[in-house]
Write a protein that binds this ligand. Structure first.
Ligand SMILES: *[C@@H]1O[C@H](CO)[C@@H](O)[C@H](O)[C@H]1NC(C)=O
Ligand SMILES: *[C@@H]1O[C@H](CO)[C@@H](O)[C@H](O)[C@H]1NC(C)=O
Ligand SMILES: *[C@@H]1O[C@H](CO)[C@@H](O)[C@H](O)[C@H]1NC(C)=O
Ligand SMILES: *[C@@H]1O[C@H](CO)[C@@H](O)[C@H](O)[C@H]1NC(C)=O
Ligand SMILES: *[C@@H]1O[C@H](CO)[C@@H](O)[C@H](O)[C@H]1NC(C)=O
Length: 451
């Protein structure tokens, strides 16, 4: 949903930053769930936070003012759509970490985002994505990164999906080559009914973990006003996410018509209906602006503000003391205060991760999902050309045994190899996490002693 701004050219600030902020446990994706280092499951109670188009995480004083209210709300995550990779984020990231708030950050800019029309994935985009990862891997409270937000927005947009996955493949490989911790790499999807559940499954169906996302998330505004699990359609979302092999959550939610917003969907997402499958939700959004989704405001609309007033952009003041929007802010706060799913403990969960399987890759169909999942992913530098989708080739792609074809057929051998692969992946991530947990315990012991 984030749109409205024209991004100015990023400032290139010289200088290296040596940053380590270590006071907060990291978040890992294991199987279909997120965990803290101590093995407790992590559920997102997040807020979309983008006060200024370039980067809201550079104004430490503003972050600190906002964090007071975020903590009052019970927030444990923010999502930031655009950052300046070359800016200093230490002040805001430290303040967020101190409040137990994690950050999901989008890697792209308006000029480097993956496009739905004539999609491509090239060196310029990859360089930018790497720069953001280089910066944010410094912070233990970076919970995940997005390779795209709503790249696919129309029913015929599926041809862009391989480019999203190619970006994920390359940024994961880069992360690993640099020896960074396994910061989960995911995608934030627009809620396009014609693409459900194909997109969700396509991005997680490869038997090769290097070629699937680490998490998937959905921007969904299906629950509006007085609704329910079944009326909203969430029951269908739940059905199609059951057994999904990687974490899935709402990367935006919070329909605003009719007003006021009750956020009753939180009780279902973080309640018995969905907590076993979904990892929580990010509410759109922190600041009140023209689209009227704000939880707080820094003042009324000032559409006639002087162009020289840099505190105002797009008719709204973008810093100051946050004032809650009533009753929306309190409605959300009240829900979150009562919703504390505990999920599963990592050591119990790992006993079952070997049974996780990837979904079948969606079959390409003329006029529908137009991607043949058995085709190789785009290489860096590739641009879509008509014919790349080659849906006419469906039916000739079942060559048994090849990694690419796994999941496109429903044969038993496919299922087995999927399961084996999932087990290996979950196992190795878990070992690292458990090792980290021991280190943390030791460190905590040392800190306690030191204090
Ligand atoms: C694990 O860590 C989280 C985050 O610090 C904390 O909320 C949770 O209570 C801890 N769990 C246990 C069992 O100590
Ligand atoms: C990548 O694509 C963008 C257009 O989206 C273009 O401006 C840029 O020059 C391309 N980079 C390379 C290395 O081709
Ligand atoms: C999808 O449909 C729209 C509207 O009909 C069209 O403009 C666009 O080019 C189509 N996209 C693709 C990838 O075919
Ligand atoms: C898995 O995918 C990665 C990235 O595309 C590739 O380098 C690797 O060879 C693949 N592994 C297998 C077993 O196919
Ligand atoms: C769930 O999946 C089925 C196909 O398996 C599809 O027809 C349906 O539209 C999907 N529903 C949702 C809400 O994604």
């Amino acid at each position: 949903m984030f749109s409205s701004f024209v991004l100015s050219a990023p400032l290139l600030l010289a200088g290296l930053q040596a940053v380590t902020v270590g006071a907060v446990p990291t978040i890992s994706a294991v199987g279909s769930k997120f965990f803290y280092e101590n093995g407790t499951q992590y559920y997102i109670k997040g807020i979309a936070y983008q006060l200024t188009p370039d980067d809201p995480l550079v104004n430490t004083a503003q972050c600190e003012r906002d964090i007071v209210r975020m903590s009052e709300l019970g927030t444990n995550a923010v999502r930031v759509y655009h950052v300046d990779a070359n800016a200093d984020h230490k002040g805001c990231m430290t303040a967020l970490a101190d409040a137990g708030i994690y950050v999901f950050v989008d890697l792209d800019t308006f000029t480097t985002q993956i496009e739905q029309t004539s999609p491509h994935w090239n060196e310029t985009q990859f360089t930018r994505f790497k720069e953001v990862l280089d910066e944010f891997q410094n912070y233990d409270n970076t919970a995940g990164v997005f390779v795209g937000n709503e790249v696919l927005t129309t029913s015929n947009g599926s041809i862009a999906a391989p480019y999203v996955l190619a970006a994920a493949r390359d940024i994961k490989a880069y992360r690993d080559s640099k020896g960074y911790r396994e910061i989960p790499v995911g995608y934030s999807a627009a809620d396009i009914s014609e693409l459900r559940p194909m997109l969700q499954n396509y991005l997680a169906c490869s038997s090769n973990s290097s070629e699937r996302l680490d998490f998937y998330s959905l921007n969904a505004y299906e629950w509006c006003g007085e609704s329910s699990y079944s009326v909203s359609g969430y029951n269908e979302l739940q059905k199609n996410a059951t057994g999904y092999p990687i974490p899935i959550f709402f990367s935006e939610t919070g329909c605003n018509t009719p007003a006021p917003r009750t956020f009753d969907d939180q009780a279902v997402i973080l309640g018995s209906e969905m907590e076993g499958t979904w990892s929580g939700a990010i509410i759109y959004e922190w600041i009140e602006e023209t689209n009227d989704y704000g939880l707080i405001s820094y003042g009324p609309s000032v559409s006639n503000a002087a162009a020289t007033n840099t505190l105002v952009e797009d008719g709204y003041t973008r810093q100051g003391t946050p004032t809650p929007i009533s009753p929306d802010f309190t409605n959300l706060k009240t829900h979150w205060a009562t919703l504390n799913p505990t999920g599963v403990v990592l050591s119990d969960y790992t006993k079952s991760t070997s049974t996780i399987t990837v979904p079948s890759c969606p079959k390409s169909t003329s006029g529908g999902w137009a991607v043949d999942a058995s085709s190789p992913l785009p290489t860096l530098g590739q641009t879509y050309k008509k014919g790349d989708d080659s849906y006419s080739a469906t039916g000739t792609t079942g060559s048994a045994g090849s990694a690419e074809s796994t999941g496109t057929s429903t044969g038993t051998s496919t299922g087995k190899s999927n399961a084996g692969n999932a087990m290996m992946v979950a196992g190795s991530a878990t070992e690292r996490l458990l090792a980290g947990s021991m280190v943390l315990t030791t460190l905590l012991g040392a800190v306690a002693f030191w204090l």
